[in-house]
Design a binder for this molecule. Structure first.
Ligand SMILES: [Zn+2]
Length: 214
């Protein structure tokens, strides 16, 4: 294991510049893709070091989908990533509140929002006459609202693949619209929001324009 490569996520001793932190995430992903994962920060010593508190520099909102194992693909370990996952990496009270905690209390500098190929939650927004449970209905409604606000026609199946790509940006914008703490953190450059899209096969990540400053 090369500790130099994964210092960005190490408790408070890492990088300050959010763009450099994103570059470190990209390096972790490259290690994974090339079969060179370091599997950092997995030792008993690391867990012992962290028991007094966590100081991750990255919060990550991803889909719950089992094909999106975030620590694996970014080659990260204990104490590295503050992870929020739900179906469709959606802006819900739960995800917004968790991100606000990460920003305000943990002072994370980067929020990565990652959508993915063939997202079932995005697909659910296209289904007609579906009888979902009450909570799932709410979640799918949030996704539908987001898609509609970005001009995605959910009555047209051919927009689905593109909707999966757009879904990261949709959630980023929605979080900034609905959460004053997140919006202010981005405006004052305390937080960089990095939307990204994970293609699962063949695996690649499309990194979109970040939100940082006005
Ligand atoms: Zn998904």
């Amino acid at each position: 294991m090369d500790n130099q490569l994964c210092d960005f996520v190490d408790s408070g001793q890492g990088l300050d510049n959010p763009f450099e932190i994103v570059e470190e995430l990209k390096r972790g992903f490259s290690r994974f893709l090339s079969g060179q994962s370091d599997h950092p920060h997995a030792t008993e010593a690391r867990r012992h070091q962290l028991i007094g508190g966590q100081h991750p520099q990255v919060a990550l909102l991803a889909c719950s989908d089992s094909r999106v194992p975030v620590e694996v693909i970014f080659d990260a370990g204990f104490g590295d990533l503050f992870v929020i996952r739900n179906a469709g990496n959606t802006n819900t009270f739960g995800s917004a509140g968790s991100i606000e905690y990460a920003v305000l209390d943990l002072n994370v500098k980067v929020l990565l929002i990652m959508s993915h190929q063939n997202c079932g939650a995005v697909k659910a927004a296209y289904l007609k006459d579906q009888n979902f449970s009450q909570s799932l209905t709410e979640l799918v409604l949030d996704i539908k609202t987001g898609l509609a606000s970005h001009g995605v026609d959910i009555n047209n199946q051919s927009t689905y693949a593109d909707a999966c790509i757009k879904n990261a940006n949709i959630t980023a914008r929605s979080l900034m619209e609905t959460s004053a703490p997140i919006r202010e953190a981005v405006k004052s450059k305390k937080l960089l929001i990095q939307p990204a899209y994970l293609q699962i096969d063949p695996m690649s990540i499309q990194w979109m324009d970040p939100f940082f400053g006005d």
